[in-house]
Design a binder for this molecule. Sequence first.
Ligand SMILES: *[C@@H]1O[C@H](CO)[C@@H](O)[C@H](O)[C@H]1NC(C)=O
Ligand SMILES: *[C@@H]1O[C@H](CO)[C@@H](O)[C@H](O)[C@H]1NC(C)=O
Ligand SMILES: *[C@@H]1O[C@H](CO)[C@@H](O)[C@H](O)[C@H]1NC(C)=O
Length: 220
Amino acid sequence: MGKSLGALIFTGFLLFLSFFTSPSQAQTCNGLALPSNQVYSTCVDLPVLTAYLHWTFHQENSTADIAFRKTGTSPTNWVCWALNPSGGQMVGSQALVAFQQPNGSMTAYTTSIDSLGPSMRPGTLSFRVSNLRAQHSNGETLIFATLHLDANLLSTNQVWQEGPLTSGAPSMHSTTGDNVRSIGTINFQTGAATAGGGASNSRLRKRNVSILGKFHPPFP
Ligand SMILES: *[C@@H]1O[C@H](CO)[C@@H](O)[C@H](O)[C@H]1NC(C)=O
Ligand SMILES: *[C@@H]1O[C@H](CO)[C@@H](O)[C@H](O)[C@H]1NC(C)=O
Ligand SMILES: *[C@@H]1O[C@H](CO)[C@@H](O)[C@H](O)[C@H]1NC(C)=O
């Protein structure tokens, strides 16, 4: 008990140090402040595309309030975050998409990715999504939503992406580099997230952020 408490305090201290002493390093969840007084209990640093997922899971009604954050985004790009219960891949992704319209207002909607050349037009998902909205400021895009999670979605695959807008609509993203590595798993209940598609991938970089989550300072 004493030992684990000491380890937790030490971990907290390291987080504190890394937050205040390494401004030149890549941002992590711990250094991110969400606007609008949004507070979430858990956050994971997604391994590529400078993206982060914040969420609070409510056991009593099996919902997760999420904020997907993508930094370094241009207003001429779309961003998306998805769950894919069918596998660690693009096809089958149940996606939330957001981008800025020519008049400056943000649009956010759901779309089901049914093929490698999807329409990316608004459509319904295999699960319910409410409170969907997005914002773009200071080179960051945020997508907020409440996900109504069936049992098979509590631990599943997540996919995230960024691509260009063409004539005000999403067009094909890059098919090389980080844009084809933006797949992992997520467990809404434990806070565990892994990088890479499929649980059998030996190159998975495992993360268990459920302890880290408890040390997150309240986001100002
Ligand atoms: C789910 O339950 C939580 C905790 O009671 C509550 O704050 C939240 O509003 C509920 N969400 C929905 C969509 O009913
Ligand atoms: C911006 O354009 C979209 C799409 O044409 C429209 O739905 C929305 O109402 C517009 N917003 C404002 C603030 O004019
Ligand atoms: C993550 O940590 C929590 C708390 O220590 C534990 O209950 C859970 O099983 C862990 N999950 C994984 C995938 O290691």
